[in-house]
Design a protein around this ligand. Structure first.
Ligand code: NAD
Length: 255
């Protein structure tokens, strides 16, 4: 039961972040949303599960905006108890053709943003001796794939940050862990299916090929399933889960 806890989920207007926000709201948390696009739909989907969520439009590639969001959370909601670092983007190109500005944006949003939110959330968590930092990494935090240099580098880095944060809080009521999802059918992955369709595959072929390449299960992971895992990490039973990189990947990394 997360009644009385405030949960900030970055990048929660879509996909996995929105699913995690709904799960946390259902468990009773006061959810704070962040991200771009259809904010109204995200708000109403989360409100349908529990309390009316808060929303902050900070761009996770901008340190000053992240600082403003964390100050807002402290001022309006008394600080963040559950921090889910989820905002992320993808871009695919071979290393030698990788656009420099995309590299910088991916490192900023997928990695540095989690450093900034974490450093700003920890003092409040320490003062209450309770906190959960959940970093949404990826199987690409553990293994590589071609044409995803920035994403794979950022996700490997995020697992490093997870371990160090876990060690520095090891003797407190604060835990820090990472989830490593395989394929989840969100706009971020639809983009990669669309690329295959543009190259001549039918929608069905594109979907099946994507799964066949990586997921022995042949099925996508869902945001709801990730939400249940996040709720477990928030529970008292998970207090000794520290610095873990937890796969939910249809068997991808078992191969
Ligand atoms: P998505 O595109 O559906 O959602 C991304 C969210 O981040 C959106 O709410 C978007 O508005 C927000 N966002 C993007 N740039 C932002 C910025 N600069 N500032 C603030 N918010 C920003 O993607 P998703 O698939 O739900 O991905 C969420 C996370 O899960 C990412 O970190 C991604 O790397 C990770 N992940 C996804 C998959 C997958 O298969 N979809 C697998 C493993 C890991």
């Amino acid at each position: 039961n997360l009644e009385g806890k405030t949960a900030l989920v970055t990048g929660s207007t879509s996909g996995i972040g929105l699913g995690l926000a709904e799960s946390l709201a259902r468990a009773g948390a006061q959810v704070l949303l962040n991200g771009f696009g259809d904010v109204a739909t995200a708000r109403s989907r989360v409100a349908a599960q529990g309390k009316q969520p808060g929303y902050h439009p900070a761009d996770m590639s901008d340190v000053a905006q992240i600082e403003a969001m964390m100050a807002w959370a402290a001022r309006e909601y008394g600080g963040v108890d559950i921090l889910v670092n989820n905002a992320g983007i993808q871009h695919q190109a071979p290393v030698e053709h990788f656009p420099v500005e995309k590299w910088d944006a991916i490192l900023a949003i997928n990695l540095s943003a989690a450093f900034h939110t974490t450093r700003l959330a920890l003092p409040e968590m320490r003062s209450r001796n309770w906190g959960r930092v959940i970093n949404i990494a990826s199987v690409h935090g553990l293994v590589g794939s071609r044409e995803k240099s920035a994403y794979v580098a950022a996700k490997h880095g995020l697992l490093g940050l997870t371990k160090v944060t876990a060690l520095e809080t090891a003797q407190t009521g604060i835990t820090c862990n990472a989830l490593c999802p395989g394929w989840v059918l969100t706009p971020l992955v639809q983009q990669q299916i669309d690329k295959r369709i543009a190259e001549g595959a039918t929608p069905r072929q594109a979907r099946d090929a994507l799964l066949a390449e990586k997921h022995p299960s042949g099925e996508f992971v869902t945001p709801e399933q990730l939400g249940e895992l996040a709720l477990f990490l928030c529970s008292d039973a998970a207090i000794q889960v520290r610095g873990a990189a937890w796969n939910m990947d249809g068997g991808w990394v078992a191969q």
